[in-house]
Design a protein around this ligand. Structure first.
Ligand code: GDP
Length: 293
């Protein structure tokens, strides 16, 4: 994991860019990957958003385990944060965002009305780590309204707003956050879903960590996909996991000269299957295994 380098300068700049935009918006949409909501979450997000109303969007929920996603929604609700599962590619769940935004801003909207001010569209900023689907969501929300609405008085010059229906406007450039990189397990999970470049972490290490988790959480899916009679249990030692990876490699013809299994190729098979949804809808984290917010 030391191969993932984040320089303090990057963090400071990213944080400042988001902080600059906070005064322009009513609400932040915190975009997380539904398969790894905590690993894809910036640990300093509370500090960065400074009490700004927030809606968590659990993106790529089409690839995630629906049961785990429902548990995550409850987990966030327990912390007083509304979370909405979405699929930004097909648009599932995306249509509910304007309504959920209104709910999250109800107090503010009512206060404006009480003061005799006209209702206006809510202004939002999407924030999230690279590859979580920010651009895809912006395009999906914008739909046929994709044309930017132009500069507004009092808004940073060059800052464009995109209309997303009658009640919502988005800043056109999302806020980019960095993942938690201190914990190697987080890095492996992000790599397993393809959010960290394969050149940075060894495919074998990534697949090993993923397989160990899958043995504990999704043994039937593994057995079915690779026609295995059994899989090691969750607490299995490393050798048992490697032996399973070899068995998978043998079935898939990942051999090297001499007849041994090419573990790197076998690892790539597993990772491709996992990322492509070939093992079914899989989440790599559940709230039970995580500390409280
Ligand atoms: P950004 O770096 O956060 O702007 O991420 P992008 O919008 O570029 O998306 C990264 C990749 O994730 C692209 O290949 C998207 O097609 C894919 N993607 C985004 N949202 C979803 C989703 O909800 N489901 C699935 N399956 N893929 C998605």
């Amino acid at each position: 994991m030391t191969a993932i380098q984040w320089f303090p300068g990057h963090m400071t700049r990213a944080k400042r860019q988001i902080e600059d935009k906070l005064k322009l918006i009513d609400i932040a949409f915190e975009l997380l990957d539904a398969r790894v909501p905590l690993s894809s979450r910036n640990p300093m997000i509370d500090e960065i958003l400074r009490g700004k109303p927030r809606l968590v969007l659990l993106n790529k929920s089409d690839l995630a385990d629906p049961k785990a996603t429902a548990e995550w929604v409850s987990y966030f609700a327990d912390a007083g944060i509304a979370a909405v599962p979405i699929d930004s590619v097909t648009g599932t769940g995306v249509r509910s965002i304007p309504e959920r935004t209104k709910e999250a801003l109800r107090d503010k909207i009512e206060a404006r009305l009480r003061k005799g001010m006209n209702p206006r569209a809510a202004r939002a900023l999407i924030v999230g780590i690279p590859n979580v689907g920010k651009s895809t969501l912006i395009n999906r929300l914008a739909g046929k309204h994709a044309a930017a609405t132009g500069d507004k008085p009092g808004v940073t010059k060059g800052q464009q707003w995109i209309r997303a229906g009658a009640d919502l406007e988005l800043l056109d450039t999302p806020g980019i956050l960095w993942p938690k990189f201190e914990d190697p397990e987080v890095g492996y999970r992000l790599a397993a879903i393809g959010s960290i470049n394969d050149r940075i972490l060894q495919a074998e290490d990534v697949a090993f960590h993923a397989l160990r988790y899958l043995c504990a959480a999704y043994p039937d899916e593994l057995k079915a996909r690779y026609e295995l009679d059994g899989v090691p249990d969750g607490g299995a030692d490393a050798e048992a996991i490697v032996a399973m990876m070899e068995a998978i490699g043998r079935k898939r013809g990942c051999l090297q000269s001499g007849g041994g299994v090419n573990l790197e190729k076998a690892s790539m098979v597993v990772l491709r299957d996992l990322r492509g949804g070939k093992l079914g809808r899989i989440s790599l984290e559940t709230p039970q295994r995580q500390p409280q917010l």
